[in-house]
Design a protein around this ligand. Sequence first.
Ligand code: DP6
Length: 333
Amino acid sequence: MDCDGAYRMSTATARAYPNIALVKYWGKRDETLMLPAAGSLSLTLDAFATTTRVELTDTPEYEFSLNGVAQSGDSLSRVSRFLELVRGIAGSSQHARVTSSNEAPTGAGLASSASGFAALAVAAAAAYGLHLDRAALSRLARRGSGSAARSLIDGVSVWHAGDGDETSFAEPVVAPEMSMIIVTVDARQKAISSRTAMRRTALTSPFYPAWAETTEQSLAAMLEACRDQDFSRIGRITETHALRMHALIQSADPPIRYLSPTSIAIFDAVVALRDAGVEAYATADAGPNVAIISRPEDAPAVAEAMQQYGSVRIVGAGAGATLIDDPSLEATA
Ligand code: DP6
């Protein structure tokens, strides 16, 4: 408290980008610590940013607004639980107001929870006065949403399954330069969240143990392909692993299907592109939108071929979550 009895306001703003996994994370071995069943690897993008401001307050509760709309229910409780964790580590008694905006459509499988919790982790750690290195920030972001651990890292990163909380974080991987062509087929919020679907898959799919085991093998092969700068092998592993994940999700009981007929048409069109000599490979997260990787020089041809399926954007490797200056704060300071 200040001498006049008011709490000193501490504020920080961070920006983070989504990441798209080339080796997918699907399933947890510890839901409290958010430890994944297997490691994964992704590309942090240079588009669809989330910008998040955290202000410590003397209010009795946490507040969270997203894209100008005050949040309640699950959305607010996920953010509040995360802030409780940060507040506990910092030994603070203050609550916080979180103001966030997403450039990507929220919940449409464009990894907005990854950029969301990565930005929140960086801004909240700073606002609560924690001095954490990148690995510690990645571990913290993981507690909000598993895939957020990877949005702390520039470009391609591996998120280690680890032995426990201390060792499950993301770190950079050297890989060849790639472009990603994002085809947005449907920007609406998905009906079943990844978290719910992941849990159901792990509990009910007879294929789940094989998935967890083979994902570590796919990751080892992917790390080798990155080290060898072998784009073709990276692409083959990416597409196979994505289709395996969607097959797994469809084998849950009751089944869940994220890919739409248009998504499937895009996967087929990517095969046709390869047959025509343009090397491209498709993947999709928990939604119908498809992300295609290519060498940078092939990206315009891939984008052109995808125009008929949805809105298309070519993106590249972006920066890990970081603190930014907030001009709106300077104006009110
Ligand atoms: C399909 O990270 O959103 O995008 O940890 O429960 O918050 P929680 O799940 P989340 O799941 C991402 C799943 C995925 C694959 C991936 O990003 O690796």
